[in-house]
Design a protein. Structure first.
Length: 191
């Protein structure tokens, strides 16, 4: 069996990880590079900051347990996002099966640059985002809040480009409908 291509980096984004991952501080390096983005990604899918922290702990625990096996991964960011996504969906499915309500929304609006949101708008957007499916929130997070292209999102999620585009389109349509209705109705109530 030819192992010549194994362990070779494909993406420049993994430059900080080109040294052997089993050296001191390798896990911290990975966390420092991807942790914040992965956390926001998990929060957007689950809409629960505490559960998002649990997801990251589980993913990084599995990475630690895998140890040197991580060196065989060529696209680390894709692997990490997939691991976070899978763990999020596992939690989401568990909640769905047990008919638990999501424990509330996180104020994700602060991460939108150049926009001051009043409390009414914040509440309306948080409520509208909560109405989206996890798949739609996931695409909104990657497109709007992380400025990824549809092509990059498709590669990260390992789904067809058309699937990403339709999830985004349906999410935006649903958000627009919900927000117009919510903000218009509230404005009429204050008049």
């Amino acid at each position: 069996m030819d192992n010549a291509g194994k362990g070779r980096r494909r993406n420049e984004e993994d430059d900080c990880l080109s040294e052997p991952r089993h050296t001191d501080g390798w896990l911290e390096t990975i966390y420092d590079e991807y942790g914040e983005s992965l956390y926001r990604y998990a929060v957007m899918i689950l809409f629960d900051p505490a559960a998002a922290e649990d997801v990251l702990q589980q993913v990084f625990l599995k990475i630690l347990q895998r140890g040197n096996g991580l060196m065989k991964i060529d696209a680390l960011e894709t692997y990490l996002r997939r691991a976070v996504r899978n763990e999020c969906y596992r939690i989401w499915q568990h909640r769905k099966r047990h008919q638990r309500r999501l424990a509330g929304a996180v104020d994700i609006l602060e991460s939108v640059p150049g926009r001051d949101w009043d409390e009414q708008e914040k509440q309306a957007l948080q409520q509208a985002l909560g109405e989206l499916s996890p798949e739609q929130r996931e695409v909104i997070q990657l497109k709007v809040y992380e400025n990824n292209t549809f092509e990059r999102i498709a590669a990260l999620l390992e789904v067809p480009l058309q699937t990403v585009a339709s999830r985004y389109r349906y999410a935006v349509e649903k958000l627009r409908k919900l927000l117009v209705c919510t903000l218009d109705c509230e404005d009429r109530d204050h008049d």
